[in-house]
Write a protein that binds this ligand. Structure first.
Ligand SMILES: Cc1cc2nc3c(=O)[nH]c(=O)nc-3n(C[C@H](O)[C@H](O)[C@H](O)COP(=O)(O)OP(=O)(O)OC[C@H]3O[C@@H](n4cnc5c(N)ncnc54)[C@H](O)[C@@H]3O)c2cc1C
Length: 378
């Protein structure tokens, strides 16, 4: 019987876009890599499923057959405020719509062809760094590795250990809710509807479906007695366009996919010598529609320092420093801009004012979008 290797060059915690892309690149370069993913592919994830064009080439290069999936090409934005004002704008270069169900599992299949081991249904419970080696404790036994990367997403069992987001109150923590639905809407438009302490994206994905995904504060959920049904009754009444869309939508999933304890406060890029990738290094507000791109991009930034460390050309300290510096110079400004825009959008009076003020100035909308995106493609 084939014996599992238990000593790796790199162990990755979490098999989303950040973890899987890094695993593929390292695997192709001949490194021994293991990805630990607590769930089993394919599975649904809370995400608006708008994939910015800047990452399409990277994903295709990673073996995801996006061009053969006949995906909707999204080239327009419709933004509505709680008082019903509407702003529309062309998106350049825009994006495509694809479900995480398809995307992550195709990426995982590609990873396996590079000799990377994926341990599905394996939750990482702890990491210890000793004498230059990581001991990674999982629900399926432990493994050892020279480098460890955490790409466990926006919230994990490590948050307490690394004191991440522990001081956030209910108004600074958010919940995300997602459905797939049938809706009579054009397949080249992403809609973003603002409501009190939240916003909802509606965008087309594969097979003529739409993804309806909203983010709102935990305070809103509590005020609705912690039930999604009552929360959605309130949301429907807080933006006329969104209310109409939600009434007309034929939901394809009985129960939505949900996620809680989302926070947007800045995070460390390295914790106890573990390199943090994707959302684990800091989450950009979803209204920007480029969290997936940033997850891929952060792994690309980590690839070179990790490879050189594994080849013995730089020290661990240099690898960590280089990654921190690269991350900071690529993402720090756009994270700040995105947080500022989100804080306005989440307050109804400001969202009303913003949409009405921006409507006659399309150039200003383009400028705002540019502040939250990098030069494409990376
Ligand atoms: C409401 C909402 C809407 C969004 N809309 C968009 C959008 O339209 N476009 C866009 O580009 N981005 C969007 N995003 C952001 C996007 O979803 C994320 O930025 C992206 O998924 C980050 O990828 P990741 O690989 O860092 O993490 P994830 O994709 O979250 O992957 C993390 C993985 O780690 C696993 N994991 C967690 N803990 C452990 C553990 N202890 N052991 C093993 N495995 C573990 C999880 O199961 C998961 O599969 C949205 C986010 C939200 C909340």
């Amino acid at each position: 019987m084939h014996k599992r290797i238990s000593y790796y060059d790199c162990a990755i915690i979490g098999g989303g876009l950040a973890g899987l892309s890094l695993a593929t690149w390292l695997g192709r370069n001949g490194f021994r890599v293991v990805v630990n993913e607590k769930r089993t592919y394919p599975f649904h994830k809370v995400c608006g499923e708008y994939l910015a064009m800047e990452s399409v080439a990277s994903l295709s290069g990673l073996g995801v057959p996006l061009s053969s999936w006949d995906l909707p090409r999204i080239q327009k934005l419709l933004l509505s405020s709680p008082d019903g004002a509407v702003l529309t704008r062309g998106l350049q270069p825009g994006g495509i719509g694809v479900s995480r169900y398809m995307l992550d599992s195709a990426l995982a299949a590609g990873v396996r062809t590079c000799g990377v081991e994926i341990r599905e249904g394996t939750k990482v419970e702890g990491v210890r760094f000793e004498k230059g080696t990581f001991q990674i404790g999982t629900s399926e036994g432990s493994v050892r590795a020279r480098v460890c990367c955490a790409s466990f997403g926006r919230h994990s069992n490590f948050d307490r250990k690394w004191k991440r987001g522990q001081n956030l109150g209910a108004s600074d923590r958010y919940v995300g809710v997602k459905y797939h639905a049938r809706l009579d809407k054009p397949d080249d438009v992403i809609e973003l509807h603002c409501f009190h302490r939240g916003y909802c994206g509606i965008s087309p994905v594969e097979e003529g479906k739409h993804c309806i995904c909203y983010l709102t504060s935990e305070k809103n959920l509590r005020a609705a007695g912690n039930t999604i049904t009552r929360l959605e009754e309130r949301i429907r009444s807080e933006n006329p366009l969104l209310g109409k869309a939600l009434r007309e939508a034929v939901m394809l999933t009985g129960r939505p996919v949900t996620v809680s304890q989302i926070g947007f406060s800045p995070r460390n890029r390295v914790n106890d010598h573990v390199l943090m990738l994707g959302d684990a290094a800091g989450m950009i507000p979803p209204l920007c529609g480029n969290g997936m791109s940033m997850a891929l991009h952060s792994s690309k930034l980590a690839l070179d320092p990790i490879s050189r460390y594994l080849q013995g050309s730089i020290s661990r300290e240099s690898m960590e420093r280089e990654y921190r510096v690269r991350w900071q110079s690529q993402f720090a400004d756009r994270m700040r801009a995105a947080r500022m825009i989100q804080s306005m959008i989440l307050q109804s009076p400001l969202a009303n004012l913003l949409v009405r003020t921006l409507r006659p100035f399309p150039g200003a909308v383009d400028w705002l979008i540019r502040q939250t995106h990098g030069p494409a493609p990376f």
